[in-house]
Design a protein around this ligand. Sequence first.
Ligand code: HEM
Length: 368
Amino acid sequence: MTQPQPVTPGTAAAHSDPYTLYAELVADRPFGYDADSGLWVAAGAAAVSEVLTHPACLVRPSNEPVPRGVLDTPAGDVFGELVRMIDGAPQARRKHVLHKALNTVTEKRVIALAAEQASEATDWRDLQFGVPARVMAAVLGLGGDVPAQAARLIGEFVRCVPASATAEDQAAAAAAAARLLELLGPYLRARGGGLIGELVRLAARDGWRETAPLLANVIGLLSQTYDATAGLVGNTLLALARHGRPDDLAAFVDEVLRHDAPIQNTRRFVADATALVGHHVPTGSTILLLLAAANRDPLANPDPHTFRPGRADPQVFTFGQGAHRCPGQAMATAITIGVAATVTKTPSHEGYLPSPNARIPVLKGQFR
Ligand code: HEM
C-alpha cells in the first residue's frame, strides 16, 4: 500500500488537506526559514503583505530572468516579456495598458460567453480548462477554430512555467509558443476588434509600438487564465455540492476564492539582502508566499476556517497584492459564475492535479 505523501509548504497546494499545516504555520511561524526546502516561507497575512509590497522582492531571480531551459526559444522570448515575469517601470507601463483594456470587457458579456461555452463542453476537464480558455480567446477577438487551437496550445505553453518543468515540458512549451506567435500575430497586425484591438490601440496611444511584448502579453492573458480559472471552476462546483446552491452566486464564488484558493502560493526572489518581517533575509533567497494560508489568518479574517459567503470586509490574498496584483479577478469570477449557473450535475472528485501552486480538483461523476 502506498503511504500518503507528507504535506510540506511547497507541496501543500495539491494535497487533500493543506489547511491544517497552514493554520500551524500562521500560528507558530508566520514568517521564517524552512531548512528542509531551503525556502523562506510567509504564511501570516501581515508577512505576505509585507513581502508582496517590498521593493527588494522580485518576481524572478536576478541571475535567471528567463528559465535556462527555454532561453533562446520562442517560449523564452514570450516568458521574458510577460508583465508577470518582469519588475520596475516596463512592468508598470505594460500593466497599465492591460488593465485599461481589460476594463472595457463587461461582466455580463463574460458570464454569457461562459454559459454558452459551458453548455457545449464535452466533459469535466473541458469545462474546467477548455471553457475558460475559449472564453478568453473569444474576448480577445479570435475567430473560427482559433479559440479551440489557442486553448490547446496554451495547455502546452504553461508547462514551462513551474520551477519543476522538465526538458520535455520545456521543448513542448517552445513548440507551442512558436505556433501561438504564428496564430496570434496576424490579429495584432490587423488591429481588429475585441480585446486585442483595444490593446493595440491603447498601447499605441501610450507610445508603445513594438509588437513582441504585446503579443507575448496576449499569450500571457491566455496562460494566466488557464490553471487558475480551472481551479476556481472546480473548487466552486465542489463547494456547491457541499453547501448547496446559494441565492447570491457572486458572493459564493468570492468566498470560494478566500476559503479554497485556486492559486495557493507564489514566489519572490531577494535581489539584495534585506530586513523582512523582522528577519535578515540574505541575497539570493527565495520566498514562498502562502496566499491560501494568509486568507485563513484569523488576524485578517475572523473565524477563518468557516465557509461563509457575504463576509463583512474579507481580506483575500488569492490574487496577490502590490505591483503584480492580478488584473484578471473580474474575468475569472465572471467565467466561474457563467459556468456554475449552467452546470446542473453535481461532481465528486478524486484528488488534485499535481501542481506546485494551483489547486485544481480532478472532477468525476456523470457530466450530462
Ligand atoms: C481564479 C483565477 C485567477 C487567480 C487565482 C489568479 C491569481 C493571480 C496571482 C496570485 C497573480 C500574482 C502573482 C504574483 O504576484 O506573484 C496573478 C497575476 C496575473 N494574472 Fe491572474 N489569476 C487568475 C485569473 C486570471 C485571469 C482570468 C487573467 C486574465 C484576464 C489573469 C491575468 C493575470 C496577469 C496578466 C497577471 C500578471 C500581473 C502582473 O504581474 O503584474 N489572471 N494572478
